[in-house]
Design a protein around this ligand. Structure first.
Ligand code: EPZ
Length: 431
């Protein structure tokens, strides 16, 4: 199993090209199941979750063609993929694939809408929480589907098609909004989705669906109105920039000190993160295709309280990273996780590096330390792993992060991008 070794304490200077967003690319790829024609996506990130989803889509009968590879220096425009689901040969999404990646469950709505049936494994819980599917299932039932749970599978039937209806999600869910949005595109009549998630990845999906001929109003708001169509057609679309990768590298500049320019992205996607970073003493300069994050290594990091919320609030996917920064602040910070019930798995590992953190229910009180000391640590999920990388950049001595496969699920060539800015970071295999 690969690990990453970092010798901390070096300021970072350079440019990082941000990849396409994993969390946008996954639902965009699933949308290919809604049409017999080809959907082509460019700016596709080269990360493990994308390969897992390609496997799943092929299992349903999709033809997938990947073009172009990411180049070592990040100068390529990402990969492109053409997905053609002219015939759905299987409506089953097996446990072996869906358990690896929850986004696999997004095929439920599209398969049901197009084929009138779907059998999709329940994704199960994961390190960050129980992550149920009730919002997805309740909405599909409201659209006329008959659903039973049997032997760990969601078995759904709608032989006469789904019918458009008014749906109000009890709480905000990115995945449920995406699943039902896709299903509604092929339903009979009008669906109104209230209390929909407003994450930019949803808007990116709306844009692709509109290019495919879907009629959707209300993009970017909590009310999406979808007028179902009999069929959708093929389309070309560029995956939006990864806002979580953007925020992560902005925090890298903040924690290590130095100046990193982030290109191929959009600062407006991370306004809530920028606000916190500026309060912490980091300078953010917005540019035409991204931003420059900088901090003089002699300027202290201020403690700032952070609460995670659905977009446009501070993202849960940036909670572990900001906690790493607060560990070396000169004050204290209360970090409250409002989205997932168990998303503090990075805390015990940060403690191993000398951090001072006390968790009280959904909040963690971080008392900043003058320094962290490198140590071997272990990652439990994607964002927890990257918070350990960030902490390692600031820590004295060597930090070894094990279980790097978590990182590979969502960060493209992380060690190369950081090394290009002067970080002392290498990947070692087989340990
Ligand atoms: C998406 O997960 C992201 N994944 C997550 O990113 C992200 O953390 C999350 O949204 C929140 O922003 C992808 O886009 C692939 P939710 P999703 O449904 O859609 C509860 C990362 O690190 N809920 O918005 O699964 C749920 O348990 C990953 O890249 C229900 O109760 O998240 C959670 O507490 C991790 N019932 C809350 O809603 C449901 O039916 C938000 O989950 C569905 C969700």
């Amino acid at each position: 199993m690969d690990s990453i070794r970092i010798k901390g304490g070096k300021p970072l200077n350079g440019t990082i090209k941000i990849s396409g967003a994993k969390n946008a690319a996954l639902p965009l790829m699933v949308a290919c199941l809604l049409t017999e024609e080809t959907v082509t996506l460019s700016n596709l990130p080269h990360v493990a979750d994308i390969s897992t989803l390609i496997n799943l889509l092929c299992q349903h009968g999709t033809n997938a063609h990947l073009n172009g590879e990411s180049s070592k220096n990040g100068s390529s425009n990402g990969r492109a993929i053409s997905l053609t689901a002219s015939e759905i040969t299987s409506t089953e999404a097996p446990y072996e694939i869906v358990r690896k990646m929850r986004a696999g469950a997004l095929v439920l709505g599209p398969l049901l809408a197009r084929m009138g049936e779907a059998k999709v494994s329940l994704p199960g819980g994961c390190a960050i929480g129980t992550r149920p599917m009730n919002l997805h299932l309740d909405a599909l039932e409201a659209m006329g589907a008959k659903i039973e749970i049997d032997a760990g599978y969601m078995i759904a039937h709608a032989p006469n098609g789904l019918k458009g209806t008014d749906i109000r999600f009890d709480s905000v869910s990115v995945g449920a909004t995406q699943n039902i949005l896709m299903a509604a595109c092929l339903a009979n009549g009008v669906s109104v989705l209230d209390n929909a998630a407003r994450e930019p990845e949803i808007t990116d999906l709306v844009h692709l669906l509109q290019k495919m001929g879907a009629r959707i109003e209300g993009e970017g708001t909590e009310r999406l109105v979808v007028t179902g169509q009999k069929t959708l057609h093929g389309a070309n679309h560029a995956v939006m920039p990864d806002r979580i990768e953007t925020g992560t590298y902005a925090i890298a500049a903040a924690i290590a000190g130095g100046r990193i320019e982030l290109t191929n992205t959009n600062a407006d996607l991370i306004n809530s993160v920028i606000e916190i970073l500026e309060q912490s003493g980091t300078t953010i300069e917005r540019t035409e295709d991204g931003l420059i994050a900088s901090r003089d290594p002699n300027t202290p990091i201020e403690g700032v309280d952070v609460l995670t919320h659905p977009y446009p609030g501070y993202p849960t996917d940036m909670q572990a990273q900001i906690m790493a920064l607060m560990c070396v602040s000169q004050g204290s910070a209360m970090i409250t996780e409002n989205i997932f019930e168990n998303r503090f798995m990075h805390v015990p590992e940060l403690l191993r590096l000398g951090a001072n953190i006390n968790v009280h229910g959904r909040s963690a009180l971080v008392r900043g330390q003058a320094e962290l000391i490198g140590a071997p640590v272990m990652a439990t999920d994607l964002r927890a792993s990257v918070s350990l990388v960030l902490a390692g950049l600031a820590a004295k001595g060597e930090t070894v992060i094990n279980r790097v496969y978590h990182l590979d699920r969502g960060y493209e060539r992380l060690e190369e991008k950081l090394a290009a800015c002067g970080a002392d970071i290498i990947r070692t295999s087989g340990e």
